[in-house]
Design a protein around this ligand. Sequence first.
Ligand SMILES: C[S@@+](CC[C@H](N)C(=O)[O-])C[C@H]1O[C@@H](n2cnc3c(N)ncnc32)[C@H](O)[C@@H]1O
Length: 354
Amino acid sequence: MRKIVEAIRNSDKGVISYHTYINYALYDEDYGYYSKASNKIGKTGDYYTSSVMTPIFAEIIAEYFIKMTNEYNLPVHFYEVGSGTGDFAYFFLEQIKKLSAKLLDKIHYFSVEKSNYHRQLQKEKLGNFPVFFYEDISELPQINGVVFSNEWLDALPVHVVQQVNGELKEVVIGEKNGSLYERLMKLSNEDIITYRNEYFSSNIPNNHRLEIPLSMVSNLRELYQKIIRGIVITIDYGWTNAQLIHPSRHTGTLRGFYKHQLLNNILTRTGEMDITHDIHIDTIQTLGEAFQFTTRRVYKQYDFLYELGLLSKLTNHENSDPFSIVSKRNRAIRSLIMDDSISSAFFVLIQEKL
Ligand SMILES: C[S@@+](CC[C@H](N)C(=O)[O-])C[C@H]1O[C@@H](n2cnc3c(N)ncnc32)[C@H](O)[C@@H]1O
């Protein structure tokens, strides 16, 4: 927090952007949430992801990976970006081993994870598997294969704008006596103006707030540029432009998670909680098209998992113990496919350049 207050006091206009604030709160090497050595994902952390909740999620994607690399004669190279604790990679590679030890010998798993703490967890968990570890996309070699991310893009910093009587303003952060507060300022950031022109031409209603994902754009550009031939699977929560300006989202979608509690004010608990937002799905598709990708399909996560045969993984059994392994696994499968489950909030975007 001290660093943030200093940054605000030392800035020209006495304010910083939300982008700067989130970057500090999540990734500052001393104080950032993702830099700290504490559990973040799962029961003892702040939030769940499908990857950590159940092995079935990674197992299904592993089977899809085998199918797609066979069908399109792609190298068996899998690239996971924002790979977190390494649970997904572990369950994925265990499933490959179970299905074909021969394939495991050929596979290359490239894991890109910015957090030192998470990379360390991965190295401990994945020591017996053919995994290459990277801190940043820029370190990756040219890509031929399947690229995957689950809840990576929502963890990138964003700017925030608000429509005020026909003029788009930037929402910025000031400080008084060590407390942070929001201010509206004339929009002067050229990159935000370019984003609006290139990716978000819809009319933004009066008083409506919108996140501007400039980091997502630069990260995806860097990633797409590296892909020679491949399929990109992006899983996250997000909306189309038309959905993003729906009145139900007029306050924007930025939010925090602290010990499984949703906090709407992200200017509190700086560095102690996860900060996230909903993704602009149309932007990802437009960006992909500029790099010769076509959108194969956008699914709701439960439709995607259903199509990939999730229900066939249910096991008939007569064990009446609700805590038996088989009962737990069946419950996890159902929880991935129910209307009100974690899957209902997520989209799966499949892009291809083949
Ligand atoms: C919400 S977590 C999701 C983790 C994992 N994919 C899962 O499903 O459990 C987001 C992860 O992305 C990582 N991350 C954020 N920006 C990144 C970047 N530019 N490159 C690689 N990893 C990044 C964070 O450190 C964090 O571990």
